[in-house]
Design a protein around this ligand. Structure first.
Ligand SMILES: CCCCCCCC/C=C\CCCCCCCC(=O)O[C@H]1CC[C@@]2(C)C(=CC[C@H]3[C@@H]4CC[C@H]([C@H](C)CCCC(C)C)[C@@]4(C)CC[C@@H]32)C1
Length: 722
């Protein structure tokens, strides 16, 4: 429905409802719609500037506007439903259910309206065409305040429960909504048992409670609470539910049959590989050592048809387990090979939970697929996963014959966190000088692993799979900052052990961290630089030589020249509940709340009397307020920050993103940078799908088509005839 029509339909039915009902929801909907209409008009004028090109519409501003329009449409449907229920003189129970729907819509519209104000603030603080505001750039010349920090501060105080109750998943394709509802109900039930530390927590406990299915308000409130308070270990466990043997074997029964499905354990031995620039010379690739020392690297080999080498004794010698497919005569090795890194926020999941679409790719690409089960954070923060993925890539080239491939064309693919690893491995390959992959396919990758705001990241407020609290925890886990909640709690990091220093083969410093009673960060690539020490609730900033980092407080003080540790700044004051907007104002003309003069003053990004919904109780811990770690600035953690010459040298890259994904801007920003540098990059922005769509392929035709698109892109890269 055209925008104007949509708004007028919403206005007419909500004013008719407002006359009938004494509740304020209809009047609030009316007010919000008056403000949203001009705001959306404004955004529709500016958002084409942020697209990759005219043929690739997609960026966070568009996505926010799309989500807002979808909520307006959803609200209009709910208002009409109430109108017709009234006309048909429906019973009291039915009317009050409709009224509750309206309340949820009013709350959702208020929050979306606030998001548009924040997006407007980002717009003002960003350079033309940039989706992430410049660091330290306040925009509008109002001092040093970082606009990203400012927006995050505001954003993290907003309530989001209304998006997980009655309005859940309104933004996505309707086919996915029942699934999202099941996941959310499963999540809050699982979370409730988890917080009680119920020893009997299991997949079956998901089904024992029906209350969250019956009471959407309760579900929303519980979701909000859990995403704020539950630590990374909860998310790890929930996201790994699909690893559960029963679910996994059900899934593999439904999946495409493959002749070969083997779990490999590759011994950690140095590898000799020829240099790409001069194959007469070779380079030694050391096995991964960061954090926990050398250990076997796990990978899963999938092949649609049995190929020579895959039945060899040498492969059997490193096979941990195998699922037998149909016995067949071995085909000759394939010229191509796909190496895949799975998603899961760096903290969860394995090749097993991604097997469904990988099996389909193995069939479509007609090449073996090697999916790497890299070590997960927070036990193994950066750079362990990257070391393992890079090693796996090198091992696959060196031992391609065992895998049933001649490795003439090796492509890398990955989704989400795995997409980040694809980019990092390609950067690393170029730096070390081994042969570059023939091409890269990254589905909805994270390219900037920092708590930086962007318009699409504002969608975390309404995303059922990636809420803000969860993203921040994944970030902290991977960057080696432990669990954010714990860091700021009274218990701090006490009791965790381990320390590591990553030194590349060429002797340069890769990153440095420690996790024994605190964390150490050393700035990227320099031998003598600043060290941040975070000690539970203590933090200091000192100069130190990296080679002599200690692992205990005593040795740190003794060996590194650390002279002082200063306390953290005091916790922010608890906020008073915000007054809601004065409704008297609502009969007047709807002011355009995105005009510059409204937001230019001070830090408050909202127009006069409007405030988003905020929790009434004490303010939650400041999730995102971890000091920006130098590790997160490394191009190997945040490829978006790689220098021009490194990005220019990347192999052809295909990005597959989705419009309603909070991480959309990560893809668009990278594609824009690479395009400006003349690098080979393409971007597809698929409508209606959530982040993680590859894992949802069995649930919606759109997701299955998207997985098929990725397979086609890989075939183009591997040169497999279509
Ligand atoms: C203004 C806001 C600023 C925000 C600033 C924060 C930015 C932080 C930047 C970087 C942070 C680090 C990046 C981390 C990226 C994470 C991305 C990332 O890797 O995301 C994936 C995380 C796992 C998951 C959610 C996913 C896809 C599919 C999901 C799976 C589908 C089914 C699975 C269920 C468990 C099945 C249960 C069945 C049961 C019987 C009910 C489910 C839900 C598991 C989880 C995955 C996407």
């Amino acid at each position: 429905m055209a925008s104007q029509l949509l708004f007028s339909s919403l206005r007419s039915s909500s004013s008719s409802n407002a006359r009938f009902f004494s509740t304020s929801a209809s009047r609030q909907i009316l007010t919000h719609s008056r403000h949203l209409e001009p705001a959306l008009r404004h955004f529709s004028r500016v958002f084409p500037r942020f697209d990759l090109d005219a043929g690739t519409p997609g960026n966070g501003y568009r996505s926010l506007a799309l989500a807002a329009r979808r909520l307006v449409a959803h609200s209009a449907r709910r208002c009409r439903a109430l109108e017709s229920a009234r006309r048909q003189s429906a019973g009291k129970a039915a009317l009050s259910r409709h009224a509750a729907e309206l309340e949820a819509c009013a709350a959702g519209l208020a929050q979306v309206r606030a998001l548009l104000c924040l997006a407007r603030r980002l717009l003002r603080g960003s350079a033309p065409g940039e989706l992430f505001p410049r660091e330290g750039g306040g925009g509008g010349g109002e001092g040093e305040d970082d606009v990203s920090e400012l927006v995050l501060r505001e954003f993290s105080t907003m309530r989001n429960g209304c998006f997980y109750g009655r309005c859940l998943g309104f933004q996505f394709t309707p086919a996915l909504r029942p699934f999202l509802q099941t996941i959310t109900i499963g999540l809050v039930s699982f979370g409730e048992n988890y917080s009680k530390e119920d020893p009997g927590v299991s997949a079956s406990s998901l089904f024992t409670t029906g209350k969250f299915a019956l009471d959407p308000e309760l579900r929303g409130a519980e979701f909000e609470r859990q995403t704020q308070h539950l630590g990374i270990s909860f998310w790890k466990r929930f996201w790994s539910l699909t690893e559960n043997e029963l679910l996994a074997s059900l899934a593999s029964m439904a999946a495409d049959p493959v002749d070969v499905c083997r779990l490999l354990s590759v011994p950690p031995e140095p590898l000799e590989l020829p240099l790409a620039s001069n194959p007469q010379l070779s380079v030694t690739i050391p096995p991964p050592v960061a954090h926990s020392g050398p250990a076997p690297i796990r990978m899963r080999l999938l092949s649609h048809r049995l190929r020579q080498g895959q039945d060899s004794a040498a492969l059997s010698a490193i096979t941990l387990s195998t699922e037998r497919g149909v016995a067949s005569r071995a085909l000759p090795p394939s010229p191509s090979l796909l190496v895949h890194f799975h998603g899961g926020g760096f903290v969860a999941q394995t090749s097993r939970s991604h097997e469904l679409y990988l099996r389909a790719w193995a069939r479509d690409v007609r090449a073996p697929v090697l999916a790497v089960d890299y070590a997960l954070a927070p036990e193994s923060p950066f750079p362990r996963a990257l070391e393992e993925c890079f090693y796996a890539y090198c091992w696959a080239m060196r031992h391609c014959r065992l895998l049933g491939s001649t490795a003439s064309r090796v492509c890398l693919s990955g989704d989400s966190a795995g997409g980040n690893l694809v980019l990092a491995v390609a950067l690393r390959a170029a730096a070390v000088g081994v042969r570059a992959p023939a091409g890269l396919v990254a589905a909805y990758p994270v390219t900037l692993v920092r708590a930086a705001a962007s318009p699409s990241r504002l969608l975390t407020l309404l995303d059922p799979l990636l809420p803000l609290g969860v993203l921040c925890r994944c970030l902290a886990a991977y960057a080696g900052e432990g669990d954010v909640g714990q860091v700021w709690g009274t218990e701090g990091m006490w009791g965790r052990g381990g320390c590591g220093v990553g030194i590349w083969g060429d002797g340069s410093l890769m990153g440095c961290w420690g996790s024994h009673r605190g964390h150490l960060w050393v700035k990227w690539g320099s031998r003598r630089d600043h060290l941040w020490v975070k000690w539970g609730s203590l933090m200091g900033h000192m100069g130190v030589t990296y080679g002599v980092l200690g692992v205990t407080q005593g040795s740190l003080m003794g060996h590194t020249g650390v002279t002082s540790i200063s306390p953290l700044p005091p916790a922010p004051k608890q906020e008073e509940p915000e007054p809601q907007e004065d409704e008297e104002d609502e009969e007047g003309e709807g002011p355009d709340d995105v005009t510059d003069d409204v937001t230019a003053e001070g830090e408050e990004p909202y127009p006069d009397r409007f405030r988003p919904l905020r929790p009434r109780g004490p303010s939650p811990p400041p999730l995102f307020r971890v000091p920006p770690s130098p590790i997160a600035r490394s191009p190997l953690v945040s490829p978006l920050l790689a220098p021009d010459e490194q990005l220019r040298a990347l192999p052809p890259l295909h990005l597959v993103a989705c419009a309603l994904d909070p991480l959309l801007d990560d893809s668009v920003a990278l594609a824009r940078r690479m395009r400006a540098l003349g690098a080979h990059v393409t971007l597809r922005v698929l409508p209606d799908l959530p982040h993680g769509f590859l894992s949802l392929a069995p649930l919606s035709a759109g997701s299955a088509r998207a997985a098929g698109l990725c397979a086609r892109l890989i075939r183009v890269l591997t040169g497999t005839p279509i």
